[in-house]
Ligand binder design. Structure first.
Ligand SMILES: [Zn+2]
Ligand SMILES: [Zn+2]
Length: 415
């Protein structure tokens, strides 16, 4: 017979151990932060992770096509009531952004044009810390834990690469649940954990348009076919489409971030180019956008007697928390940190995440950890992706303990 420590005992020892480990986790985070890497190839980051995991007694493997790291911890407490050994996946992404850091921090990036501006250095360090905490408790763990150290979250779909390589079946069978967390440079007071059941982040898609006209002299537009007014009308029509075609309680976002045409004021260009990012919070709206946005663009161009070459590319799906797994994660966070440290979010965030790929395959939850430094207003501070975004080291112990606690509580539930 096994006796399990009470929830209160487990909480105290976990928080104490995470606090004791915090200097090492912080040191790792600073080393990662100084040397950020972008995309799917993160050799120096991978090296630091492997160095940390060495000696913890995990089954470690590295990606075939990327610099991912998958580590499996085998619990010693055996199978659950049904005779199966449960398993849970914890994910931390590791990549940085093409941003030149302007925080002035002592441990700021030394790589020109690269910065951990989305806080993935904290995710990596906290997940590594959780591997240490959990491996010290392996004898009491009633199941296996998969640590998913993922490259290429920022637009490279690294999660898909790791899923293709079998991360969800790393224990030798499909994991029963998956959890992830994301630090936030704004959003709430530092140390708060936030989340919601169901849709928690938007889907994303990309729209590329070339309005094809016929260039000519700026003084004689009647002899040319000017793509510029058509491009301007397309942008206006998109905004009207957003406000008129969608339920105000199921909104969408379309932002035209690129608009390019012409070389000189007296030359009518052949083409005008624009690009937009497209976000939705429901499958229904996502489908309406994919179906109607390209035809809207073509129709406006046609009204000017012009063609438009349109490409519509789906990027990340909606990030959807399984309601049951979300409740479990919320309970774990409340028990670990106290009720006041967990906040239910009324609405999703309008960012997108490739952890959505994992949640599409396995029930799980994605929560947010505010890393706003003390005394800073979360409403006005520089947000994730800003060259001035600052993530407070103080949350590292919290995030490390939270990762570990999510796994421990989920394994107790069974397969
Ligand atoms: Zn990001
Ligand atoms: Zn991120």
């Amino acid at each position: 017979m096994t006796t399990h420590a009470s929830s209160a005992e487990r909480t105290t020892s976990l928080l104490e151990d995470a606090a004791a480990l915090a200097p090492d986790v912080t040191h790792l985070r600073h080393r990662l932060h100084r040397e950020p890497e972008i995309g799917l190839e993160l050799p120096r980051t991978q090296e630091k992770v492997l160095e940390w995991l060495d000696g913890l007694g995990l089954e470690v493997s590295t990606g075939r096509d990327t610099t991912s790291v998958t580590a499996v911890l085998r619990g010693g407490a055996g199978e659950d009531r049904t005779g199966r050994v449960p398993s849970v996946l914890l994910r931390g992404d590791m990549d940085a952004l093409p941003v030149t850091e302007r925080t002035g921090l002592e441990y700021a990036s030394v790589i020109d044009g690269a910065m951990h501006a989305c806080g993935h250095d904290l995710h990596t360090a906290m997940l590594a810390g959780a591997a240490t905490l959990l491996s010290a408790r392996r004898d009491q763990l009633p199941g296996d834990v998969v640590f998913m150290f993922q490259p290429g979250e920022e637009g490279y779909d690294g999660a898909s690469v790791m899923i293709d390589e079998g991360v969800l079946d790393a224990p030798g069978r499909r994991v029963d649940a998956a959890y992830g967390q994301h630090v936030m440079a704004g959003l709430a007071a530092g140390g708060q954990v936030l989340g919601r059941p169901g849709t928690t982040m938007s889907s994303s898609a990309a729209l590329f348009v070339d309005v094809i006209g016929r260039g000519g002299h700026g003084s004689a537009p009647h002899l040319a076919a000017d793509p510029v007014p058509a491009a301007a009308e397309i942008i206006g029509a998109i905004q009207a489409f957003v406000t008129r075609r969608f339920d105000v309680f199921d909104p969408v976002v379309v932002t035209v971030g690129v608009l390019r045409a012409g070389t000189k004021r007296n030359i009518i260009p052949d083409t005008a180019h624009l690009e937009a990012t497209v976000r939705a919070f429901s499958h229904r709206s996502k489908e309406v956008l994919a179906r109607e946005l390209p035809s809207l663009v073509r129709s406006v161009a046609a009204a000017h007697g012009l063609d438009a070459a349109v490409e519509y590319k789906e990027e990340y799906p909606l990030t959807v928390n399984n309601p049951l797994e979300f409740d479990r994660a919320a309970r774990s966070a409340r028990e670990l940190l106290g009720d006041s440290r967990f906040e239910a979010m009324p609405v999703p965030l309008s960012g997108s995440e490739d952890f959505s790929r994992v949640l599409h395959e396995v029930p799980g939850a994605f929560v947010y950890l505010s890393a706003v430094p003390e005394g800073v207003d979360p409403a006005t501070v520089a947000f994730n992706h800003s060259p001035r975004a600052v993530f407070d080291d103080k949350v590292l112990a919290t995030g490390t303990a939270l990762y570990a606690r999510l796994a421990m509580d989920r394994l107790e539930v069974g397969a």
